[in-house]
Write a protein that binds this ligand. Structure first.
Ligand SMILES: Cc1cc2nc3c(=O)[nH]c(=O)nc-3n(C[C@H](O)[C@H](O)[C@H](O)COP(=O)(O)OP(=O)(O)OC[C@H]3O[C@@H](n4cnc5c(N)ncnc54)[C@H](O)[C@@H]3O)c2cc1C
Length: 412
């Protein structure tokens, strides 16, 4: 495959910006055009629900210094929406009409928060979601002492927003139709650890009950003033945050006829190639045929966006290396920090716990067919490499040694 002259990247998030930087690191001297809707230069998202909401900082971690783009001849165009891609003509079309030819294209359009648009009152002003730096700064200003904050959704972002809001002294209620926070990822026992953590910090849970409507002055206009639950309860609120997950932004991919994956994302092969010639996808939108897991894997986490962004650069230049990394993510809530490696199904995988969940110093392992599918260390930071090796090995382990043994010695 001949080296390309013009590479266009759609999306200035972590995946897109990392790919642009890596192309230059790898010595690519052709045109790199990086197009994105955001008004800020590329930044990482984790601080949005942590340091920025906590007020520790007003800036996120930027992917590159401000001068990087000019210094490395990366043509970064912010506040730019891509409206259409014409794969037959190898052209990207901006909403404003400008047309950019490409030899290789990277789609890195990320995800958008789900909004519960079908519920009555979903159009009320003041309903907040959290995805961009501007969202985070605006929400930070609202999380103040005594304000009544209702968070819809007890996933990672809902839990992190609750933690920040309580730290500022807001009155926080979190609503979720599932019986426990983070239930889909962590299951009953470990989900209970997070329920107790937040309860101890003063969060009021409304678990096992859904939202029926957002309340306000009228149902379509005005500002949100509360949330109506399916059991008839009405929760008055000064701030309502909808944190019910995100959906991959596949509109462009769909319109240009790329193969999509069920239940979401752009289908890519082991080397992050889409179904169209010379078009790749990375980050939140990429549903990869993962060499380790066999089926399609789509990961909405920081490390995946960063690592796939770096990995895809060589493939854009003509290599075809499979992306093999296991999923990894982290979260911080109050004084609890955790890392999670791998992919598990807590409803069917066997849970083995090392350490003391009540003291919030433990490691949870999820085993399938005798091997560690996933591991989560909570407030324990010495075993990261051993946990990564365990998850990546796929080797059968002795569960008793996981509970109380040398982690370097549990395979076999
Ligand atoms: C608040 C928050 C906190 C998080 N915290 C953590 C964490 O602690 N740990 C962790 O592992 N993960 C965390 N994540 C997830 C992680 O940050 C994301 O998975 C990752 O950043 C995704 O990067 P991306 O580049 O694929 O997508 P995005 O960051 O979503 O970037 C995609 C970009 O594409 C642009 N775009 C989309 N369509 C178009 C178009 N048509 N034209 C032009 N531009 C377009 C968007 O505007 C956006 O800027 C967090 C996410 C959020 C929202």
């Amino acid at each position: 495959m001949a080296e390309p002259h013009r590479i266009v990247i759609v999306g200035t998030g972590l995946a897109g910006a990392t790919a642009a930087g890596t192309l230059r690191q790898q010595g690519f001297t052709g045109q790199v055009l990086l197009l994105g809707q955001d008004t800020h230069r590329p930044y990482e998202l984790p601080a949005l629900s942590k340091g920025i909401l906590l007020g520790d900082t007003t800036d996120p971690d930027w992917v590159h210094d401000e001068s990087f783009y000019a210094d490395h001849d990366v043509d970064l165009r912010l506040s730019t929406t891509v409206a259409e891609i014409r794969p037959g003509d190898r052209e990207v079309v901006e909403a404003g009409g400008a047309v950019h030819p490409y030899d290789r294209l990277l789609l890195a359009t990320g995800s958008a928060p789900r909004r519960l648009d079908l519920l009555p009152g979903a159009g009320l002003a003041g309903l907040r979601t959290l995805r961009t730096l501007d969202d985070a700064r605006a929400l930070r200003a609202e999380l103040t002492e005594g304000r009544r904050v209702v968070i819809v959704g007890a996933g990672w972002i809902g839990c992190e927003v609750a933690s920040a809001a309580r730290t500022h002294g807001a009155e926080v209620t979190v609503v979720d139709p599932l019986p426990l926070p983070l239930h889909r990822v962590l299951g009953d026992r470990i989900g209970g650890v997070f329920r107790d953590l937040h309860a101890e910090h003063g969060v009021a849970w409304r678990l096992g009950v859904g939202v029926n409507a957002f309340l306000g002055e009228g149902t379509g206009e005005g500002t949100v003033t509360g949330v109506a639950l399916a059991d008839g309860t009405e929760l008055p609120a000064d701030v309502v945050v909808v944190a019910v997950g995100a959906a991959p932004r596949v509109e462009l991919a769909h319109a240009m006829g790329l193969e999509l994956a069920y239940p979401g994302g752009v289908a890519v092969d082991e080397g992050l190639r889409t179904s169209a010639p010379d078009v790749y996808a990375a980050g939140d939108i990429a549903a990869q045929t993962h060499p380790r897991y066999g089926g399609r894997v789509r990961v909405e986490h920081w490390a995946n966006a960063k690592d796939q962004g770096a990995h895809v650069a060589a493939n854009l230049l003509g290599a075809h290396e499979p992306y093999t990394a296991s999923p990894y993510f982290f979260s911080d809530q109050y004084d609890l920090g955790m890392e999670f490696r791998g992919l598990a199904d807590p409803t069917t995988d066997e849970l083995v716990v090392r350490g003391d969940p009540a003291a919030r110093e433990f490691t949870a392992f999820w085993l399938r067919d005798g091997a560690v599918r996933a591991a989560m260390n909570v407030n324990m930071w010495d075993d990261g490499d051993a946990l990564a090796a365990l998850v990546d090995s796929g080797a059968r382990v002795d569960p008793a040694k996981l509970v109380a043994g040398d982690l370097a010695d549990v395979m076999g």
